[in-house]
Design a protein around this ligand. Structure first.
Ligand code: BG6
Length: 487
């Protein structure tokens, strides 16, 4: 990917965790690879916790360098990367300081990108302060999640930001959309003739989408306790994955064709009936347990978490899409912290053959299934039935495996790297449009409200398991179970 798009990339929250772990390492990787970032492009870090550029560069050396390139740092590339970095000390609470930023960027080249790697409460004040010094013109603004706490608060942010930046200037990040395997899902669905005719209610019995984590809440107990898994993972990552799995083929990959199709899916989600919520939504919270042989504490004893917290660390949902293609097909979504394995995957369970001339063993052996593993170890596995060797017609399930690292040994790109390059190059397809975000909140909100109103505590599960038994019972009602296999 060659580029001549010059840029000035202004990073608010320049000494924050996200800048340290993701944003600056991703920019370094793009720089190191060569040809992806224009030579003249500059990074302007904005922070309060460094006195000057020298101190900031020292911080980058100490804190960012350990997060770049797993195979060791290329020192020549690292020094030339540091030369791209400028620094402006600003107190974000003081709008007058933005004149310093205006002066710092006025002679810098290319398109201006403002990346707000800060808490959402600062989004609007920063945008207003940028506008007060004229920096909103012809610029792009990147907003990190969480964007709001519910529909009302997300609308309030979007309205206020929308008064300053046009929708085409706003890049709302959902890092799942930047993941290589999620891109591959589009390739699988729309680059192959094989799957599309089967990708519908006539041939698909159910679909599962899992994002399971072994990690707990780490140092984010306070944030997480006010958020919970539904807001942290379902409203954004899981619903985005669902919309890509279920969408109609877009007529092109341009940003609005893709986002229009995703939006149609989000708008077609069957609203959750509050009276029926126990049948279609399970919330859980982890208790003490063990992950890979190591004891881990209960959620309620994690730093920053209220001891009597009722925040969910696990969610399982049965979702339906009310349209011609998917009517009646259950989509089971689940996500959780401190689960038995770290895995993100999509499982498409196909229907059994309408009539088996091959006898009972064909039915016992199950039906076709496509398992798209997003992480770790991206792969696609297609389960088919085959005759067992020997006498008689006994069938067994076998699989065709496609492990991506066997085909493509190099060139994998981290989600943040892809997304940052897209911002710099003005490609909006992998960013969430406002109407998509609203549709997702609109669907999620009744669940949040009902959980709040019912005042029932989440169901307990031991850390290191697959979540509360109720999540399995929900699938059992539909004659199926979660796929939980070793890869
Ligand atoms: C983030 C959530 O958006 O995604 C985190 O806030 C979660 O709680 C993370 O751990 C998971 O992302 P990934 O890329 O590690 O699967």
């Amino acid at each position: 990917m060659q580029t001549d798009s010059s840029f000035t990339f202004v990073l608010f929250g320049g000494t924050g965790d996200l800048s340290m772990r993701k944003i600056l390492p991703a920019l370094f990787e793009a720089h190191r690879a060569g040809g992806m970032l224009a030579d003249s492009g500059k990074i302007v870090a904005v922070a309060r916790h460094a006195a000057d550029r020298g101190e900031y560069i020292q911080w980058v050396n100490e804190h960012v360098k350990p997060h770049v390139s797993k195979n060791g740092v290329d020192e020549t590339a690292w020094s030339s990367f540091l030369e791209r970095i400028e620094f402006v000390k600003i107190d974000l609470g003081n709008p007058e300081d933005f004149a310093l930023l205006r002066d710092a960027v006025k002679d810098l080249p290319g398109i201006r990108v403002f990346y707000l790697a800060t808490g959402p409460s600062l989004f609007v004040p920063i945008c207003r302060a940028l506008a007060s010094v004229g920096l909103n013109e012809n610029a792009r603004i990147v907003l990190e999640k969480p964007l709001g706490y519910d529909l009302k608060s997300s609308n309030a942010i979007n309205d206020a930001v929308g008064e300053i930046f046009a929708e085409e200037q706003i890049y709302r990040i959902d890092h799942y959309l930047g993941k290589e395997p999620v891109q591959n899902l589009l390739a699988l669905r729309f680059g192959n003739a094989l799957f599309e005719p089967l990708w519908r209610r006539e041939w698909v019995e159910s679909i599962q989408i899992t994002i399971a984590e072994e990690l707990g809440v780490e140092a984010r107990g306070d944030f997480y306790d006010n958020t919970g898994a539904l807001r942290d993972m379902v409203q954004n990552h899981l619903l985005q994955l669902l919309s890509i799995v279920a969408m109609e083929p877009p007529y092109s990959m341009d940003s609005d064709s893709v986002r229009d199709e995703k939006l149609r899916v989000l708008r077609a989600l069957k609203p959750i009936d509050p009276l029926n919520i126990g049948k279609v939504a399970v919330r859980g919270q982890y208790h003490a347990g063990g992950i890979r042989g190591n004891a881990v504490p209960a959620y309620a004893t994690e730093p920053g978490v209220k001891p009597n917290s009722t925040t969910e660390t696990f969610v399982a949902l049965k979702v339906e899409i009310e349209n011609w293609r998917w009517a009646g097909v259950p989509f089971f979504l689940r996500t959780g912290k401190r689960l038995a394995d770290r895995v993100a995957e999509i499982v498409v369970n196909f229907r059994a053959v309408p009539h088996s001339a091959l006898g009972a063993s064909a039915l016992r052996a199950g039906a076709n299934r496509l398992v798209i593993r997003l992480q770790p170890n991206e792969s696609i596995r297609l389960y088919c039935l085959a005759k067992q060797p020997g006498e008689g017609m006994n069938l067994a399930s076998v699989h065709l495996d496609l492990a991506f690292d066997q085909f493509f040994r190099e060139g994998q790109m981290e989600a943040y790297q892809r997304l940052l390059l897209d911002v710099i190059n003005g490609r909006l397809a992998l960013f969430v449009r406002r109407d998509e975000q609203e549709a997702a909140w609109r669907w999620v909100e009744p669940i949040l409200n009902e959980w709040k109103a019912s005042n029932k505590p989440p169901k307990p599960y031991a850390a290191g398991t697959w979540g509360p038994a109720a999540a399995s019972a929900m699938l059992a009602q539909h004659g199926t179970c979660w796929l939980e296999e070793e890869n």
